[in-house]
Design a protein around this ligand. Structure first.
Ligand SMILES: [Zn+2]
Length: 385
């Protein structure tokens, strides 16, 4: 069987696992372990606190620091409410494309890793090749940090991490981070004709939203020049808001969520300092009037950005393997930022397009996978020094 056919077959199996982030991923982890078992690699699970999900860390080759990590997530985003023309968990080939949830984001890269595991095993590796397969990437990169700590604590930090998120095999050497924040305001109900007897949570929310708008306007005005990021400034958008029950009742609750996406060099905590000061002020004022009222600000996720650094060995390797020499940055966050924060050089480069990710009828061009087979074949030759 050719490497392409083997990769297609593995991808079909991977797609068949419904690994939407809300479900356990242990089924796919069991299956991957069984697939790799004949090669006798070092396998380690790094589970979540409840034990229903797990990262999988695989080492092929010598047990020593350095080497390469190939990194990917096992989870996918939901298909709920999307207009799919085929079963999202049955890979369907049509017009030189494979359709299915996860074909682009990012099970094709996992399939390539598995298809080439025997070649890595057979190669004369002076340094190890690791697979770092995570869970819960799609809900704020929550799985990978424990695995990264484990790898670093065990003294196995590699020289480079290759994160195979869909970039059409273009080398992405930097990306923005993402901080997701939830704001809950508790007011006090009263008749809307007697507003002095209560607090409208919505009214307080408006003040906080105005504060966010001012911060965003200042960031746009001070946008850095000469950056590969588009747009070049940190972006802040309020994606969800809810509150109130009727026009003639002061709203007791209002909740909104916003995301802040910072290029390298910006600290989200620092940018939000005026907002948090404002939230504390309002909280105090409300509590002075009614102790049950207040403002609660919770950061749900904070995935660091990936800074493009000169002489990044991961970037060098990806450029050598793909032949892509253009400097690019992405606005989507990935686990590469988390590896980078742990001091491990990282790059993002993988099959498929981010344009197809998270959408109904997600697909990957089969040519993206055959190109991947060429890139992985070259990688095996490169490591077999
Ligand atoms: Zn992804």
């Amino acid at each position: 069987m050719t490497s392409s056919a083997r990769t297609f077959e593995l991808l079909e199996r991977l797609i068949a696992f419904d690994t939407t982030s809300r479900y356990s991923n242990l089924g796919i982890i069991d299956w991957i372990e069984a697939e790799l078992a004949p090669l006798e690699p070092a396998l380690q699970r790094i589970p979540n606190s409840t034990g229903d999900k797990s990262n999988l860390w695989v080492r092929i080759g010598p047990d020593r620091p350095g080497g390469l990590i190939l990194s990917g997530h096992t989870d996918v985003v939901p298909v709920d409410g999307q207009d799919w023309h085929t079963d999202p968990f049955t890979m369907t080939e049509k017009d030189n494309r494979f359709y299915g949830r996860g074909t682009a984001d990012m099970k094709s890269f996992l399939a390539l890793c598995l298809a080439f595991a025997p070649a890595f095993k057979a190669a004369n590796l002076s340094q190890p090749v690791h697979f770092a397969f995570s869970y819960d990437e799609e809900v704020g990169c929550q799985g990978a940090p424990d695995m990264i700590h484990q790898i670093v604590d065990r003294g196995a930090a590699p020289g480079a991490v290759w994160v195979g998120e869909p970039t059409n095999w273009r080398v992405v050497s930097g990306h923005k981070g993402i901080m997701l924040t939830e704001v809950e305001i508790t007011g006090k109900e009263a008749h809307s004709s007697l507003p002095h007897l209560g607090v409208s949570a919505i009214g307080e929310a408006v003040e906080l939203l105005a504060c966010l708008k001012t911060i965003q306007a200042d960031l746009i005005a001070a946008a850095p020049k000469d950056t590969p990021f588009e747009p070049p400034y940190p972006t802040m958008t309020v994606g969800e808001i809810s509150g109130g029950t009727a026009t003639n009742i002061l709203a007791r609750q209002c909740k909104f969520l916003f995301d802040l996406r910072c290029p390298p060099g910006f600290e989200p905590e620092q940018l939000l300092a005026p907002f948090k000061a404002k939230a504390r002020d309002i909280d105090r004022q409300l509590k002075d009037r009614f102790p049950e009222c207040g403002v609660r600000v919770t950061h749900l996720t904070n995935v660091p950005s990936l800074a493009a650094v000169p002489d990044n060995p991961a970037e060098r390797l990806a450029r050598a393997m793909t032949g892509d020499n253009t400097l690019r940055a992405a606005t989507f966050a990935t686990e590469a930022g988390q590896f980078h924060r742990a001091g491990i050089p990282a790059v993002v480069c993988g099959p498929g397009s981010i344009d197809q990710a998270h959408k109904p009828n997600e697909f990957i061009e089969t040519a993206e996978i055959t190109k991947g087979v060429d890139i992985f074949s070259k990688l095996v030759r490169h490591l077999n020094a």
